[in-house]
Design a protein around this ligand. Structure first.
Ligand code: AOF
Ligand code: ZN
Length: 337
């Protein structure tokens, strides 16, 4: 029971790191002495020390043999951008580790747990496995399938219609539904994706402005803003569209083809937009190429692990036909109008 209690804490707080760790895992760690948390730390951002290392590096008290280290993912045992967490756990004299799930990264994949056990450390887990896997569904998807976790979101009237026939913007969801979807969908994915037609009709901002997440006790900003991805094979996006002209253009990625207008590409790049040139055969996306570009860090881009596809109808179809859907959420207007 106690193990679940502290693991739950790791999971809840690890959610705060959404959007900050690039293509990495959301990880939080707590150190418990005689039933009380005496220290906690997380993997703050891409390239920075991991949760367990941050925690153990920062602790001044001597570790006692009954202290328990909780972490929602198996401690790593590889040299990546930072040294192995298993090293510092052993070095500092931790004798009990409770982990939430195995790390699916091939460099770890159970070897972290084996290493701890071989060093005489008790390693207990998995604990709250479904919750831990749900939290890191993006990271697991990238490591196991080579593509981000994809959620499709649709808003529809009670009769199933989703748009005005004339192509004008149609507001379907209530304010309450907007708060829900900004809090539980937009704020829990690394990026929101739409087709260029949605941009030309709705001119959306694609942010999480109605999110009810705010600030944690330690001032960690929980509300982060997801990246914005526009599928635009022929580069039809108007230069006045908000996603390429507001003050957050660095959060925008346009997915286009190699043959689209070079001048437009350059103009967008000058504004700070990331333009991804993806192989396409008569509008058929080369998915492998797209996923590779989105999940792979390069220079100041750290990759992503989850995408919320918001529309419109053509874009949903493309994703559904290709089988690129992990979860589907349909919001239906509740009042009779
Ligand atoms: C942990 N604790 O807090 C995290 C882990 O490139 P690096 O060095 O940041 O390593 C990334 C890998 O480390 C990632 O793929 C995953 O296997 C693990 N993440 N492990 O023990 C942490 N974030
Ligand atoms: Zn680590």
């Amino acid at each position: 029971m106690a193990h679940e209690f502290f693991m739950h804490r790791c999971i809840e707080r690890a959610k705060e790191t959404q959007g900050r760790v690039g293509n990495g895992a959301l990880v939080w760690s707590v150190l418990v002495r005689e039933g009380k948390i005496i220290a906690e730390a997380h993997h703050r951002a891409f390239g920075l020390p991991h949760a367990e290392r941050s925690l153990l590096d920062g602790i001044e008290q001597k570790i006692s043999s009954s202290d328990i280290l909780y972490v929602n993912m198996e401690p790593c045992c590889h040299y990546g951008k930072t040294p192995p967490c298993t090293d510092i756990i052993i070095e500092k004299g931790i004798k009990h580790v409770v982990y939430g799930m195995r790390d699916p990264d091939q460099r770890v994949a159970g070897k972290g747990i084996e290493l701890l056990k071989a060093a005489g450390i008790e390693a207990v887990g998995p604990v709250l496995l479904p919750e831990c896997e749900r939290l890191n569904r993006g990271f697991v998807s990238v490591r196991n399938k080579g593509r981000p976790w994809i959620t499709l979101k649709r808003a529809q009237m009670r009769d199933g219609t989703t748009a005005n026939t004339g192509g004008a913007r149609l507001m379907i969801t209530s304010q309450e539904q907007n708060v829900w979807s900004h809090t539980f969908l937009r704020s829990t994915h690394d990026a929101i994706l739409v087709g260029v037609r949605t941009v030309t009709t709705d001119d959306p901002v694609l942010d999480a402005r109605f999110s009810s997440f705010d600030y944690a006790q330690d001032d960690t900003q929980i509300r982060y803003q997801p990246s914005r991805i526009v599928l635009d094979p022929h580069l039809r996006i108007p230069m006045r569209a908000k996603v390429v002209s507001d003050s957050h253009t660095d959060r925008t990625m346009i997915v286009t083809s190699h043959v689209a207008n070079e001048k437009c590409k350059e103009a967008l790049r000058m504004r700070g937009v990331r333009v991804l040139e993806v192989a396409m055969d008569s509008d058929q996306l080369d998915w492998k190429d797209l996923w590779r570009q989105l999940i792979t860090p390069s220079n100041d881009y750290h990759g992503l692990t989850s995408i919320l596809v918001e529309g419109g109808a053509k874009t949903w179809d493309i994703f559904k036909k290709a089988g690129m859907v992990d979860e589907e959420v349909i919001l239906t207007r509740c009042d009779p109008s």
